[in-house]
Design a protein around this ligand. Sequence first.
Ligand SMILES: Cc1cc2nc3c(=O)[nH]c(=O)nc-3n(C[C@H](O)[C@H](O)[C@H](O)COP(=O)(O)OP(=O)(O)OC[C@H]3O[C@@H](n4cnc5c(N)ncnc54)[C@H](O)[C@@H]3O)c2cc1C
Length: 317
Amino acid sequence: MAQQSFKTAIIGAGTIGLYLAWKLSQQGHKVTVFEKKSNTSGKVCSGLISDRINDFIDIPSECIIKEIGKCQINFGKTKVNLKFSPIHYLIDRDLLNQHLLKLAQDSGAKIYFKHDVTQEDFSFFDKIIGCDGALSKTRKILKLPDPPMKLGVQFFLNDKDQSQIVQTWPAKQGFFWRIPGRDKIEYGAMGDPHSIVADLKEFCKKQGLDISKINMEAAFIPSGIVMPISQRFALCGDAAGMTKPWSGGGVVWGLKAAQMLLNEFPDFKRYRTNAISFYKPMIDKGNLMLNLVLWFGQNAPFLLPRNVVRDNDFPIV
Ligand SMILES: Cc1cc2nc3c(=O)[nH]c(=O)nc-3n(C[C@H](O)[C@H](O)[C@H](O)COP(=O)(O)OP(=O)(O)OC[C@H]3O[C@@H](n4cnc5c(N)ncnc54)[C@H](O)[C@@H]3O)c2cc1C
């Protein structure tokens, strides 16, 4: 039980908002979650997440679609094999969020769906945490700038592939991917919001994929830390720009940041300082590394190692 209980609003019932709602309710705080959609489903995401997720949430086996051990990066004539350490899983994001919703509700958090948050809602709370994703309204209300954005696009083809290897190909400022699911194969891309959809269509043509009847889904991927200097307001997850520049993955990064917030709660300024000093260098180095790998892949692929073991969450870069 918390020494002092804070009336806390969490904006957004995505993975990060629900995780915080669960943990803060467990600590005895009075937590209210506002979610603008009618449920927690339908997140545009590949669900490729490392085993580190188990450090935060005991993942029920039904959430795991399959294990993914490697990523093959295809640079024209050269291929780089990246072994994930720790191993990754393909995770059903809808089931994960349903699991977290139950944990949060069972711990006493109140969740209001179909509630697009407004500034007036904030007046009832001691603490407000914006976990409302890439286009965060909380961030806008606080008049903070948007972090740099890429666009992530994905679609699925009905096909079977038992392999446990993700394939990627370089794109302008990002990459294309192919992820073998259980009975579907996901293709997608991350890159410049203005051109990535056209680039993905061109890539599919070159790969001989028939995409005439498919629906593509897209969502922004923010990368670059944005946080208020405040003891009353905090941002976490995509709302704060916490995704890996080299992959767009944000679940483990968001959960780690949420854990930092929990460690410092109710001191939001200390959370901000700790999160910025942890993530900012990783984002800067990650952007540099992505550009270097893309450059070498295009201009001097023979200099790249063929086999690499990589911590894909928190590499020493
Ligand atoms: C194509 C694509 C593929 C990806 N693949 C991966 C991957 O393989 N692995 C990985 O780790 N990450 C991946 N990501 C990133 C990952 O999906 C995000 O980093 C993660 O979902 C962020 O979680 P979150 O809880 O911060 O935000 P979200 O999951 O976006 O949740 C935000 C919630 O806030 C709600 N909301 C928004 N505005 C309001 C409002 N005004 N009022 C109330 N509620 C509001 C939204 O409806 C939503 O439910 C991918 C992203 C994309 C686009």
